[in-house]
Design a protein around this ligand. Sequence first.
Ligand code: PLP
Length: 287
Amino acid sequence: MTRTVCVNGDYLPEGEAKVSVFDRGFLMADAVYEVTSVLDGRLIDFDGHMRRLERSLAELEMTCPMSATELLTMHRELVRLNRIDQGMIYLQVTRGNPGDRSFLFPDASLPGTVVAFTQDIPNLADAPAAKTGFKVITIPDLRWARVDIKTVQLLYPSMGKMAAKQAGVDDSWFTDAAGAVTEGTSNNAYIVKGNRIITRALGTDILHGITRAAVLRFAAEAQFEIEERAFTPAEAQGADEAFSTAASIFVMPVVEVDGKPVGTGKPGPVATRLREIYLDEMRKAAI
Ligand code: PLP
């Protein structure tokens, strides 16, 4: 089945979809994005993703030519046309096509470009990796200083993923100049000590994960203590458990950091339970 994608409101076979070479998303990475997961053909935490999209756009003085209601309709239409039961919808909004290359922002009246496509992942909720957990290495965080804005500048995270692959592991966690973990290449990072869940506080140095917000809410409801502070790779190696969260992996146990096992070296009870709660609750609330 040919995938149908959406470009500026037009639904097209993926081979016919086109964006200008002058589009600022292409030339300047002048674009923001969201990834919403789909379970049972319904959208997980769509409102959360739309709120963060609005924040990213506002931080960059960008506007989206489509309203939140139109974006919801588009997401649902892509799920329907591509018959997605489990998977993801990628949405990107760029500052548009000014017709030439220039560092200056074009006039605010120029409409942005809106592109969206589906990714069909039939075993998203039952990913085999969730049963064995992720192994991670740590590498310096060399991204720009506003990673709280969800831009498409993903070259360094992409290099981080390649470094992990070359090291024979699943992901890289970034460390700041003080040696503390910021977050993963495309996820937020946590450790567990007893009844405490420790994760870096929100700031401009991590993405404000939509999954993070939900997981911390469910963890607090389940009587876990939440400590929002930085931790080092050494502290992670000595923790009972570790895990990462993102829309694409939900709650993913992390069983090894820089070659040393975390806890038993197997997915722990806290990460496993939080994953179950998250999936149950978010499936119930999906739209
Ligand atoms: N941190 C980074 C750098 C990310 O790229 C992502 C997701 O892509 C996350 C955290 C997790 O965010 P969310 O839970 O909203 O998917």
